[in-house]
Design a protein around this ligand. Structure first.
Ligand code: NAP
Length: 283
């Protein structure tokens, strides 16, 4: 068996075309969705993620504003900026690029964004709403993963989904979204025993560990759907996932690539949340 590749790049291109129509319609009503992006410090990876998000906004008809703050910014200064943006009528979404310098509490920053503008879906109110199946901004990477699976009409209900990784921004909410779709969900993490055996029972395996080539064919049930969330840089400086792509491709039925997989879908879901926020807030 050779897996079919689910291209996040192609799926994103389709979805962003649809979004252009939505922003055009809003523009005709005098509404331009607005996203504020705050970057603290000069981490090159964060700078590159932020540029990618801004470019995507421009292409989709979303107004974006970048606030580049120095590494020395205090928590109070950052919270003050967030409060201003909470009150800004033309801003529908606020995104603070993580990670933050160690002297700033990420929890305090996430809590300071009003849930109505939390287009990253990280605020406890949105996480709680998601958990109990209420309308919420869904965290972008997990939402993108589910969209990728649905794009191939792969059934989720009743299937066994195994998620390796339990971070608050990827693993935990990814499992929750699959549970909301009536899957049976198992989480694995650094303390899990017999992980290979558990992973090899998965109909859908989500890998979000952050370790290059972590998952090989021995983790995969023949015909499983494999979603590789990892973003690592190998010794040659190239982006790689957490999955041994070439060998897993021979056993899985579907597989997502890195780059060009979950990454572009994450940005696409951010654009979607921003447009939805504009539609809700300014109706
Ligand atoms: P994270 O916060 O570092 O979490 C990693 C998870 O992997 C933790 O739950 C950890 O378990 C688990 N883990 C670590 N070593 C393990 C091991 N040996 N066996 C089993 N589990 C292990 O990372 P994250 O933010 O979730 O991100 C995961 C990966 O996805 C990273 O490569 C990141 O760059 C990437 N990512 C990609 C996107 C995208 O848009 N494509 C978005 C976000 C993140 P414990 O909880 O027990 O420590």
């Amino acid at each position: 068996m050779t897996a079919e590749i689910i291209s996040g790049k192609e799926l994103s291109a389709q979805k962003r075309e649809e979004m252009k129509y939505r922003t055009q319609e809003l523009k005709e009503q005098g509404i331009i969705p607005g996203l504020a992006v705050i970057l603290v410090g000069e981490d090159p990876a964060s700078q590159s993620y932020v540029r990618g998000k801004q470019r995507a906004c421009e292409e989709t008809g979303i107004h974006s504003e970048l606030y580049e703050l120095p590494e020395s910014t205090t928590e109070e200064e950052l919270l003050g900026r967030i409060r201003e943006l909470n009150d800004a009528q033309h801003i529908d979404g606020i995104l603070v690029q993580l990670p933050l310098p160690s002297h700033i509490s990420e929890d305090a920053v996430i809590d300071a964004i009003v849930p109505e503008k939390d287009v990253d879906g990280f605020h406890p109110v949105n996480i709680g709403r998601m958990m109990i199946g209420r309308e919420a901004f869904l965290p972008c990477t997990p939402a993108g993963i589910v969209e990728m699976v649905k794009s191939r009409e792969i059934s989720i209900e009743g299937r066994h989904v195994v998620v390796i990784g339990r971070s608050n921004i990827v693993g935990k909410p990814a499992g929750q979204l699959f549970l909301n779709e009536n899957a049976t969900v198992t989480y694995c993490h650094s303390r899990t025993e017999n992980m290979k055996e558990i992973a090899a029972q998965a109909d859908i395996l989500v890998v979000a560990v952050g370790k290059e080539e972590f998952v090989g064919r021995e983790y995969i049930k023949p015909g499983a759907v494999v979603i590789d969330v990892g973003v690592n840089r190998n010794s040659e400086g190239n982006l790689t996932g957490d999955v041994k792509f070439e060998e897993v491709k021979e056993v899985a039925s579907y597989l997502t690539p890195v780059p060009g997989g979950v990454g572009p879908m994450t940005i696409t879901m951010l654009l979607n949340n921003t447009i939805e926020s504009a539609q809700k807030r300014r109706r």
